[in-house]
Every structure is written in C-alpha cells, then in structure tokens.
Design a protein around this ligand. Sequence first.
Ligand code: MGD
Ligand code: MGD
Ligand code: SF4
Ligand code: MO
Length: 866
Amino acid sequence: MTIRSTCPYCGVGCGVLLQDDGAGGLNVSGDPDHPANRGRLCSKASALGQTVGHAGRLLAPRVNGVDTDWDSALDRVADTFARTIARHGPDSVAFYASGQMLTEDYYVANKFMKGFVGTANIDTNSRLCMASTVAGHKRAFGTDTVPGTYEDLDQADLVVLVGSNLAWCHPILYQRVLAARAARGTKVVVIDPRRTATCDGADLHLPLRIGSDVALFNGLLAAIYEGNAVDTAYVARTDGFDDALTTARCSEIEPTGLDVETVHEFFRLWIGTERVVTVFSQGVNQSSSGTDKVNAILNCHIATGRIGKPGMGPFSVTGQPNAMGGREVGGLANTLACHLDLENPAHRSAVRKFWDAPRIPDAPGLKAIDMFKAVAAGRIKALWIMHTNPAVTLPDADAVRAAIAACDFTVVSDITAATDTARLADVLLPASAWAEKSGTVTNSDRTISRQRAALPAPGAARPDWWHVTQVARRMGFARAFDYDSPAEIFREHAALSGVAGALGRDFDISGLSDLSDGEYAALSPTRWPVAAKGGGRFFADGRSFHDTGRMRMIAVSWRASAAKHARRFPFRLNTGRVRDHWHTMTRTGTSPRLSAHIAEPFVEIHPTDADALGIGPDTLAELSSPTGTAILRATITDAVQPGTVFAPIHWTGETAPTGRIDALVADVTDPHSGQPDSKASFCAVRPFAAAWYGFAVSSRRVHPVSDYWAVARSDAGWRMELSGRAAPTDWEADARALFDLPNASVQMLTDPARGVARFAFHDGDRLIAALFVAPEPVAVMRDYLTELPAEDVLTGRAPADRPDPGPILCSCFGVGVNTILSAIESDGLMSVDAVGAALSAGTNCGSCRSEIAALLERSHMAEAAE
Ligand SMILES: Nc1nc2c(c(=O)[nH]1)N[C@H]1C(S)=C(S)[C@@H](COP(=O)(O)OP(=O)(O)OC[C@H]3O[C@@H](n4cnc5c(=O)[nH]c(N)nc54)[C@H](O)[C@@H]3O)O[C@H]1N2
Ligand SMILES: Nc1nc2c(c(=O)[nH]1)N[C@H]1C(S)=C(S)[C@@H](COP(=O)(O)OP(=O)(O)OC[C@H]3O[C@@H](n4cnc5c(=O)[nH]c(N)nc54)[C@H](O)[C@@H]3O)O[C@H]1N2
Ligand code: SF4
Ligand SMILES: [Mo]
C-alpha cells in the first residue's frame, strides 16, 4: 500500500509516497502529483527511509530519569503546572513550541496557554526564523501573508535570492529556478556575503557586507525612482511612498562594500525586468535590522506594483515544514489564532467566545529570548518545551542550557531520548515521529498538505496534540480539549478561521470546517485562500489589511551595528546550514548516507586571515566570543570575506560538544520582531594548540573524552575525529579506553619519536575499531576505513585496485569527490550531465549538481593553468 504524506524537513513542503519496505521501515519516493515537487526529492528526503528506525528513540514517559507510565507522568505535569499557576500566577509558566509541530498540535498548544492557562507566554522557535518577516509583512500589508506562489518562480525572468542558500536549504525550489533558467532564460542573482553552492548556478553574485541589505535595497528604491520605473497608479493606493523614497535617496551604497559597477548591473537588471521575484530567507530575517531589511525589499516591489502578479513579488521562503501553519494558528507570543491580533479587543473577545475560554491575556507574552531570560531569573517556574532543542539553537546557548537546568520544573516532548535539552528535563514525554502521526502542515506558498501515519508509534510514544490535551484535561479543561483525533482539531481551527474571515482577516479556510473524517483523510494539497481568485495571489490590487485598506511603504535606514566588542573580538561570525543535515541532527544524523557529505563541524576562514593567524588547512581553530568558545575544523576558502568566518549550526553535545556554535552567538535581537541576529556575532579566532590529532572508526558508538571530538554515523558503524592539547603517555591504554575494549586483540604500529600511533582491534577476523594518531591532521583514507575493511587497515590506505572515493558528494549514489574528479580528467567530461551519464552522480535528487559544477570548473581551471 502506498501512503501519501509530506516531507518533514523544509518549508518547500514536498509530497512523498511511503511504502512499507517489508522490514519494518519505509521506502520513500517523491509524489508526482504534489504541486510543490512533482515527484522530485532532495538528498535529505531521499534518505528518509534511513531515519525511521527506533535507535535513540524515547520510548516511555520519564520522570526524573526513571521510565514510568503515562498517567503518572501526565499527572505530574498537570499538578505541577496547576500548583505553580495557583501560587505564582499564570505568567509564571511558559511553553516553547516549534515550527515543526503539525497545525493540530500547534493549535491546541496555543489554545491551552492563551485561552485556558491564561498567559501569552507561548513562543516558538519561529522567533529565531520567521519573526522579522512576520513583522515586516504586518507593517506593509497589515497581515502576515506571503503574496505569491511557487508558480511565480517558474514564470519569473529574474529571481533574486537575498540571504538564501536555496541550493542547500530549499533544494526543490532551487531546482525549479534552474528549470526556469533552462526553459526561459531566467536570470539568477544571489545577494549573500558568502559564496555559497547557490552561487554556482547564478548569473551574478553580490557579496555584500554582513548586515548591509537595507543600504542596498534603499539604493534600488532610489534607482527605481530615478529610472522612472515607479508604478504611479499602484503607488497612489499606498501610504508612505514619499517618506520611504526620501530616506532611500539619502542612503549610501557604501556600507555594502560592493563595487559600484556590480551594484548598477543589479539595479539595471531588477528595474529592467518586469517579472522579478525577490526570495529572502535567514540572511534577511536573522539580523538586528531584520524587519527593516524585509520592508526595504517590500518597498521596491510595492513601488513598482510588482506584487501578487504572475512571475513577480517578494517571496519569504519558510524554513521549517510548518512555519507557515504556526503563523496561522498564532503560535507567537504576540499573535492570536487565525491571523487575529492579541492586542485587538474585538479579536480577543471573538476568540474567547469561540473557545468558551475563561480569559485571554490582553498583552503579548515573552518572546523566546526574553522567555529564557525569565527562566534564568527564576520568574518562569514551569516550562514545557515541545519539538525543539533550545539548549543548542538559541543564542548564548550555554546560558540557556544553564537556565533550563536551573528551572524548577521542565517538561520536554521529544522523539529522541538524549538531546542537549532532553537531558535537562524533569519530565520527558515520548512523541510519535512524523511517519507515525497524522495532521496538516502549510508550506511557503500557503499550500496545506496532509501528513499521514504510515508506521505504528514505537513503545509508549503518542502524538504531540495528545500530550497537550491530556494535560489540559487533567487541569480541569476537559470540555475544551475533548478531541479524539487531529481531524476534530482541524475542523475547529477551520471554523475559527471563519470567525477571523468575518472580522476581515485573510486567513479563512472555513470552507474546510465541515470535512468529514473521510474527507480529511483524503484531503489533497489545498492552497489558501481556499476560494482562490487571481491564482491564489494577494495584493495585486494594492489593497491591504490595514484599517485604511492601503499598503504601507516604510522608511528604513541602514544602521551600523554596535561594535562594542570589536577590539577583543575582531571577526564577524556568520552561521547557517549544510546540505545534508537538519538542525541538531537528531534525525539526519542517524542516516549514514547523509552523514557522509560533511562529517564534522567546521569554520570557513579566508586565506589571508588563516595566514595571519597561523591556521593551516584541516587543522583546528578555536573561536571565542563574550559568551562562549568553540573548536572547529578550519576550512580555508575565499568563499568568505576577510574578517568574517562562517560555521554551521548542526553540532551538539551529543555529536561534537565544542561545535555548539550558538554558545558563541550574542543574544542581540531586532527591535521590531525580537528575532535574534544569528549571523553577525563578534568573535576571536586562533589556532587550537593541538598536541595530537586522531581519526577513529568503530562498529559501536563510543563516547570520547578528548578536548575535541566529533562523531558521525557510517554504514559500518561510527567515525570520529579527535584531538587534544596534551598527548597521553600510554596510547594503547587510551585506545582501549576509548573503544571500551580492554581485552580485544590489537594490531599496532607506533613511532613515539614521531608521535604516530595506529591501532586496529579485531573480533576474530573482523575489524571492530581502529585509531590513527599523528601530531598533524591525520592523512588516511577515511571513506575507505569507515567501511571497517579487512585489509590494509594500519596503512590507512585502500588497496591499489580500490581507489579512495573521497568525501561523498552525491549522497543518493554514494559518489565521492575523488571519483568525480578522476572521471572528469580521464574521460574529459565537460558538463554536469556528462558526469551524471558516466557515474549517475547528480541524476537523482540533483542536490549535488552545483557542487559537481564547481568541481568541473576547478578541474578545468587547473588544466588551463598547466
Ligand atoms: N539542509 C538544510 N536545509 C534546511 C534546514 C537545515 O537545517 N538544513 N533548515 C530549514 C530552516 S528552519 C530554515 S530557517 C532555512 C534557512 O535557509 P537559508 O536562510 O537559506 O539558510 P542559512 O544557511 O541559515 O542562511 C542563508 C544565508 O544567509 C547569508 N547571510 C548571512 N548574513 C547575511 C546578510 O547580512 N545579508 C545577506 N543577504 N545574507 C546573509 C549566509 O551567508 C547564508 O548563506 O533552511 C531550511 N532548510
Ligand atoms: N546560530 C544560529 N542559530 C540558529 C539558526 C541559525 O541560522 N544560526 N537558525 C535558527 C532557526 S531558523 C531554527 S528553525 C532553529 C531550529 O532549531 P531547533 O528547532 O531547536 O532544532 P531541531 O533539531 O529541529 O529540534 C527539533 C527537536 O524536536 C525533536 N523531534 C523530532 N520530531 C519530533 C516530533 O514529531 N515531536 C516532538 N515533540 N519532537 C520531535 C527532535 O528530536 C529535536 O530534538 O535554530 C535556530 N538557531
Ligand atoms: S526540498 Fe527536500 S527537504 Fe525540503 S520539503 Fe522538499 S524534499 Fe523535503
Ligand atoms: Mo528556521
């Protein structure tokens, strides 16, 4: 049987087909009928089948570290919350939710806190993700609504990607853009301080200075005016044009650091192309001027009337699978359900009446950063964290970790038994994972898709909505939380959106409020507005959801960021994502295929800086900031600008404890949205004083204790990178302790004078663990050794007839960099398609095509130089 569902990763919201693999797992393929992906999948989704096993799953409720039954755990949560509220008032408790929760989970969590506990202290990790867009949209449109649809990307003649690494973070949308480029010659411009994989398919890259987007888009607005490109009829229906333009015309391009020619080329292209979509993501949102950046972009589209029409518009792409659904249910501390406003008395009273709720707070609650500060200060005494890992992903993460640890009472609902956050919980509630539960999610273009259970939940795991309703019932709210299925919750949410619609709000899916259970089960992807006119786009007519009915342009100015630490911490730390991992890797980290692309945390440093600091390739670098430290592998590359470094966000206390990058990130926030600036912290960089480096493979998971370690899954077990400040006196004893193999037979090769040692442990003929140590970064064939081979272990090299594939680039077919490079050279391959024809690389999901293109370029440049 084939079950249609939705990919649980990014906000593109691709449809997947799930089939029983006959061994308790799933075969996952793309749904050819889903409008987001039409059958395609990226590398992460192609490996979903490898992530549905039960290893590492939380299987039973746990109170104070001891497994227990549901009744005891739920009673404990309900009693403690009720007691805390009775003693200290409703604002002494808080809920931290997630844009990965299903709409039904999210709706009941929000109803529970705002309607029945009576506090607005519910916020979500979308505060770290979409909050600036929400605030920017509301300022311009009077509602948080994405004007366009994915079809606009197919129909555009110019796609501008601002602070978006679309090739890695929204791969299927990137494939759509590349398809449009092939079909109609769509031009692609990337605006990013870093040269990313996305730039490989672009016509123009603007490597602006971090944080300077407002200056660039103000320049564009002034150029639109000077180039007579203003749509005067459209602008006549808006407010704020004169102020916005005056401010923009006083603005300088200089803060961007870009050369004038490149900037003018971009302006000419943008102004001269009617069908332009400006896509933006975290390089825009995660900034101390995030909301202003959003409005600077919206201003240009409003001024030209290029909004809500085929092939044109500003387009905020959502990160998490249900970031959009979270905005619909009002999951933020300053919003109410169904695009209603918490601070609007009429909205409040309509929702209160609909819910038959005792009270709804009239002031916004604590936003994420302030919420955890209140936890640290002891003002929040009971905290419930659901479907997110804040001990890793919030800025100033060491302080957040300490705050959670010190909180009187913390509940964590998760699928994973050991995360940095779960380890701090008083009560752990086991959740059903995506393939085991039912509900809906809304993607970046407002399409609501069903997630459908295909596997039974293991152990005692139950869906998140059930966790909330069970606690709510125990706290005396039985009638309001009397749901038995997600379908019931969905119908109520849809009905409430009708109330919102009657109050003039745009989010109205009341047409779905009388779906039968069967119709809900069969619901096919549905874009709202449900009664769609104009292709399901908004704002082409210039009407907004402000009381005046008029759009607003907002005067915004570039502000230099406060550089109070610049002397001691001279580098700017930019952070973001890699292609094959999802956030804190609790799911992608269980897939050997996805772990093969990048197996450890790294920092990109410009060659000039690396030289000046004495940091060599593949050595380790130590980063520090006013809040924390990190040790990361140095990747020396001119993809980053001098004076800046880039590090990924994915590593945790479980996978690489010195790679927790948010320990370094300052909790600076945008004044309008409260979103943290995760892309521009101040830090210092220096070489890590390594006395030794190690590489290890093992058939079993081990828990190293060295100053630096990073562990990753491989097909045969686990692989590890290690390093320390002081070399041990007895390598063999240390190796045995590392692998917990006190008595296994060992082959070794040591040269104490050179500081080199190699050990291979066997169980009979089978290699079960090996360790390679050297005073410099260990040069062995890692991808060969991770297979736990039978031969040539201590040499660290594959036999001559088995060339080392190198780091895996194409994760679908397991094709490595070396294999691709040697095929390019020996067969004279000239194109990505030729590489695909020869090796299959890049022919399935296509996520690695831009990296293959970069290898081709590198190889041909090297040839030309010879
Ligand atoms: N593979 C993968 N895909 C994902 C995710 C994942 O974890 N892994 N997570 C999902 C989620 S939740 C999100 S929010 C999205 C994020 O998707 P993206 O926003 O595309 O990803 P990031 O890597 O966070 O940041 C994007 C870029 O912003 C750039 N940037 C930094 N500062 C500035 C600036 O001042 N101006 C400009 N113009 N650019 C700047 C960075 O160099 C970076 O390349 O990805 C989603 N997709
Ligand atoms: N420096 C820096 N920091 C960042 C960012 C950045 O770019 N730079 N990006 C920010 C952004 S945009 C985001 S979205 C956040 C993401 O950060 P988080 O949301 O904290 O990261 P995840 O790893 O997605 O956490 C999801 C958790 O939910 C669990 N889980 C999985 N499925 C289920 C389920 O069905 N139910 C329940 N209850 N639990 C489940 C997982 O095991 C995991 O522990 O990080 C933010 N932090
Ligand atoms: S682009 Fe990839 S990760 Fe995102 S929804 Fe589609 S298949 Fe999933
Ligand atoms: Mo995100």
